[in-house]
Design a protein around this ligand. Structure first.
Ligand code: SF4
Length: 218
């Protein structure tokens, strides 16, 4: 039998009820998906529906006895909300919808989400893609951040929020879609090969510098 954590159930403050959060790539939903989530929340008497910082829609305050049935009704994958893995890929509307977009942030975010969501790594890991320098997806405070510019993608690494916030540093810029995906993969590989267990990418940079990453993407 799966443990509650493996079922994507997170114990709440009351120490009695749980939250579950389906995986919603880049926070893009359909009306039907919202209806399904609302129906499940209502059917199992959830206390709240909460839109999370990772652009998920969490169903909060479920009884333990209802968790399996709620997932069965949702028919959705679990969001990687805990553990040492790629937890989330955020993306702004980019050139798909935003008049200020310089690059296709949503398309790039979906590609990254498909490839990396829930992939296990040495530490907690988040990605964000913004379509222009305004960086609405907060790319500067993600382990890997992409920022769209007229000349191509800027790749920044080592940012995070949390108890010890850190602003990312530029690794490389002026990349097209194929080049930036290649640089992201090499960055992830370099982190996988060199980070200590539990070490965020920013902490690794503080320990060894940017040079290993610069060499990896050169
Ligand atoms: S980062 Fe730029 S493209 Fe993306 S939503 Fe903000 S203003 Fe629009």
């Amino acid at each position: 039998m799966l443990k509650l954590g493996e079922k994507g159930a997170i114990l709440q403050r009351d120490k009695e009820t749980y939250a579950i959060a389906p995986h919603i790539p880049c926070g893009v939903v359909t009306p039907q998906l919202l209806r399904t989530i609302a129906d499940v929340a209502e059917k199992y008497d959830a206390q709240a529906i909460k839109i999370t910082g990772a652009a998920r829609v969490a169903i909060v305050g479920l009884k333990e006895a209802h968790i399996d049935a709620a997932w069965e009704d949702l028919q959705l994958d679990k969001g990687a909300a805990v553990g040492m893995c790629v937890r989330s890929v955020r993306a702004c509307p980019g050139t798909t919808f935003c008049r200020l977009g310089k690059q296709d942030a949503l398309g790039m975010g979906m590609t990254l989400d498909k490839k990396y969501h829930s992939v296990e790594l040495p530490g907690k890991f988040k990605m964000a893609v913004s379509g222009c320098n305004l960086s609405c997806s907060e790319s500067w405070v993600r382990d890997i951040g992409l920022i769209g510019q007229k000349e191509g993608w800027q790749l920044v690494i080592g940012g995070n929020v949390g108890a010890a916030p850190r602003i990312a540093q530029e690794l490389v810029a002026g990349l097209d879609d194929r080049q930036v995906l290649d640089a992201v993969e090499k960055t992830v590989q370099c982190y996988r090969d060199n980070a200590k267990k539990g070490e965020r990418l920013g902490k690794m940079i503080e320990r060894v510098g940017l040079a290993p990453f610069q060499q990896a993407v050169a």
